[in-house]
Structures are given as structure tokens and as C-alpha cells.
Design a protein around this ligand. Structure first.
Ligand code: HEC
Length: 120
């Protein structure tokens, strides 16, 4: 009976570790970030990924061997972008009614912390 409990326990730990390491692969959060902040940012990034797929991927993703590649925007492009989206003609395809400021912020969080393609 004891062995069964130990086995179940080990399995639970394994599942837990796997889930956590999967998240680490997807996003690169700063080491210094506190655990509860990391959890928050991981949630934001998950949301951002969904919003990005819906609103941005169509124009920005490339396909390599059938795999969708999300571009690595550099920090300047990402800071410039929030301002840019309000004025530039780029906005035509993405009015506030489609992607709100808040959603754009969440997408930015995702793009900033997503794992870079080059570091694969
Ligand atoms: C209709 C197609 C289209 C959609 C949809 C689109 N983009 Fe773009 N985006 C472009 C094009 C084209 C450029 C290049 C414009 C340029 O550099 O002048 C660009 C440029 C950018 C840049 C670089 C800006 C810079 O200053 O260099 C970023 C960052 C970006 N897009 C993010 C996004 C995000 C985030 C979304 C979704 C919310 C999005 N785009 C949706 C077409 C699109």
C-alpha cells in the first residue's frame, strides 16, 4: 500500500515539474522575478499568445517546414509600436475596436517575453 502512495506522489511531482518546465521553454522571464510575479506574467503571456494568433499572426508569422514562426521583434520595435499603432496606416487593419489598448499591451508582454527563435 505504501509503495502505491509513493508511486502516486512521484507521478504527481513529475506532472508538476513537466508543466513548469514547459512554461519556461515558451517564455523567458527574468531570473530575478518573484514567483508570484512570474505566475502573473506567464498568465499574461498565455493570453497574449492567443490575442497575437488572432490579430497579428496572419501578417507577421512565417512558415518554416510547416511550422509557424513568430518573429523576434527587438525592444525598440516593441516600444515604438504602441505609439505607432495609433497614427500609422497599419492601424487601418487593427482599429481600437478590434484590438483594444489593453489587449495590445498584453500582446506586447507576450512578444517581449516569448522565447527567441534564435536561441533554440
Ligand atoms: C494587415 C497586416 C498586419 C497586421 C494584422 C499586423 N501587422 Fe504589424 N506590421 C505589418 C507590416 C506590413 C509591418 C511593417 C511596417 C513597417 O515596418 O513600416 C508591421 C510592423 C510591425 C512591427 C514593427 C514596428 C516597427 O516600428 O518597426 C511590430 C512590432 C508589429 N508590426 C506588431 C504587430 C502586432 C503586435 C500586431 C497585432 C496586434 C500586428 N503587428 C498586426 C502588418 C501587419
Amino acid at each position: 500500500m505504501k509503495t502505491v502512495i509513493i508511486l502516486i506522489f512521484c507521478f504527481a511531482i513529475l506532472v508538476l515539474v513537466r508543466c513548469q518546465s514547459r512554461k519556461k521553454v515558451d517564455y523567458e522571464l527574468p531570473e530575478a522575478m518573484l514567483p508570484h510575479v512570474k505566475t502573473f506574467f506567464t498568465g499574461q503571456c498565455d493570453k497574449g499568445k492567443i490575442l497575437y494568433d488572432l490579430n497579428c499572426a496572419g501578417c507577421h508569422n512565417t512558415r518554416v517546414k510547416g511550422k509557424q514562426i513568430i518573429p523576434d521583434f527587438n525592444p525598440e520595435q516593441l516600444t515604438g509600436y504602441t505609439l505607432r499603432v495609433q497614427n500609422a496606416q497599419h492601424e487601418k487593419n487593427m482599429p481600437d475596436t478590434l484590438v483594444t489598448e489593453e489587449e495590445l499591451g498584453i500582446i506586447m508582454t507576450f512578444l517581449v517575453y516569448k522565447k527567441k527563435n534564435s536561441v533554440k
